[in-house]
Design a protein around this ligand. Structure first.
Ligand code: DLL
Length: 435
């Protein structure tokens, strides 16, 4: 008989009760941080914040924010609240520049993390009957091991492939009868493409579920992934500083990502002013970890732009859901004074059938003017033989982008399979302005 991992009492807890639980945990964790992490003691003292001030959830507003800079300034272990002896695992996120952000877990943290993941993959539809290929890179990155332990917990058969060596991934997928895939959406696309190149039809592959995440993916891109791989693609959100994956994830209904709200308390703020926004508004996601022992984080500014709904979901879960992030506040491109999110560009070009789901966004400065170029990859190279059709296609893309973004974009069409592919998070934006 199929076994389900469903922590019903907590996952369907009435809102009022859930908020009571959050308040109790918030009071505890605030004091815990003050007593055990010098950074928080300093921040609280400087802000004149006293832990006893927390009487209602809304009093969270008095707690100072934590940022990536705090991690950087306290590298590597300065934010830990327990002695190293109690830390059973370290992970790190590869910062684009300089030192990585280091995160630690106690035994209890690892247990809580597996629970969070087990809940989310179950909500997405994974069971103990699934054979799951994990194609996130194993190592310091939190993605692979995070999903790994959660999936083992629900009794799924885990295949720890790691990322890369894509032909072998496809071979194993076919031979093992893999039913679910864990990867970034962009690597999933690559796997689908390589399967096609190897002449393997999706009918020979039993994939039915994608447990994707770790990078943005528009609805349009997700459709492409589903068409390639013939599966239901679900999304997972998280970040190293908070735990890794396991913060929130979609249930099979795919109408937002459910937070594990008994462990992560979300808020939405105005990224410019830092003011808390009303329920339902779009802004920067801020998270407070309510249960973590080794590395508790208060009001962490994720920089991810999203909104939260508190309506109960049709699936029965009461925990709030976040919309797919439209981007990060620091990913937003300012082009000649206009704000452009790469996800807007992705949405537009993914609706054009002649264009493959691989693209690059290149920003340069000529004189004092910013130039935005979008390089799209053709599905079929034969278009290149007709100047008229090439020109017509370029004009259509240019027009559609201008309609959505409000600015002129240079559109370049590249030969099929000529743009870079990714085994982890895709890097599609190349900003050459400050080079
Ligand atoms: O990417 C953790 C993770 C692993 C999440 C596997 C889901 C699955 P970091 O490497 O620290 O951690 O990157 C965190 O990635 O702030 C977002 O900007 C972005 N991100 C993560 N998940 C999503 C998602 C992991 N589902 C940063 N949609 C975050 C959009 C995402 N962006």
């Amino acid at each position: 008989m199929m076994q389900m991992f469903f922590q019903k009492e907590i996952e369907t807890m009435p809102r009022e009760e859930l908020e009571k639980l959050q308040l109790e945990k918030l009071k505890y964790i605030t004091k815990y941080c003050y007593d055990n992490v010098p950074l928080y003691k300093k921040k609280f003292d400087e802000a004149g914040f006293d832990c006893t001030k927390i009487k209602a959830l809304s009093d969270i507003q008095y707690i100072p924010y934590t940022t990536k800079a705090d991690f950087r300034d306290n590298y590597p272990f300065g934010m830990f609240a327990v002695p190293m002896k109690k830390v059973t695992r370290l992970h790190a996120s590869s910062g684009t520049t300089g030192k990585p952000t280091v995160v630690g877990y106690t035994k209890n943290d690892l247990e809580m993390w597996s629970d969070c993941m087990a809940r989310l993959v179950t909500a997405a539809g994974a069971t103990d009957e699934d054979i799951v290929q994990i194609s996130f890179g194993y190592g310091l990155f939190t993605g692979a091991l995070g999903l790994h332990y959660g999936l083992e917990k629900i009794g799924a058969t885990v295949v720890p492939c790691s990322s890369g060596n894509t032909e072998k991934q496809v071979m194993l997928m076919k031979d093992f009868g893999t039913t679910a895939l864990v990867s970034t959406p962009s690597y999933a696309l690559r796997i689908g493409e390589v399967a096609q190149e190897m002449g393997i039809s999706m009918d020979d592959i039993k994939l039915r579920l994608g447990l994707f995440g770790s990078e943005g993916c528009t609805a349009e891109m997700r459709k492409q992934v589903e068409d390639y791989l013939h599966l239901l693609a679900t999304d997972n959100y998280g970040m190293s500083e908070l735990i890794g994956p396991g913060v929130s994830g979609e249930c099979h209904l795919r109408c937002g990502m459910h937070f594990n709200e008994d462990h992560f308390l979300p808020e939405i703020i105005n990224p410019e002013t830092g003011a808390i926004l009303p329920k339902g508004a779009t802004g920067e996601l801020v998270i407070t970890t309510l249960s973590k022992e080794a590395l508790p984080v208060l009001r962490y500014r994720t920089k991810d732009i999203t909104s939260i709904t508190y309506e109960k979901c049709e699936c029965g879960r009461t925990h709030a859901r976040m919309a797919k992030p439209t981007g990060r506040s620091d990913d937003m491109l300012k082009i000649r004074g206009v704000n452009v999110f790469p996800s807007q560009i992705e949405s537009v070009i993914m609706t054009i059938p002649q264009v493959a789901p691989h693209y690059q966004i290149i920003v340069t400065r000529e004189g004092s003017s910013d130039r935005l170029e979008v390089k799209c990859e053709l599905v079929d190279g034969s278009v290149l033989e007709s100047f008229a059709s090439l020109d017509a296609l370029r004009k259509t893309i240019h027009h559609n982008l201008k309609t959505v973004l409000g600015i002129d974009v240079k559109v370049t069409l590249a030969e099929p399979k000529s743009l870079e592919r990714f085994a982890g998070k895709a890097k599609r934006v190349i900003d050459l302005r400050n080079k």
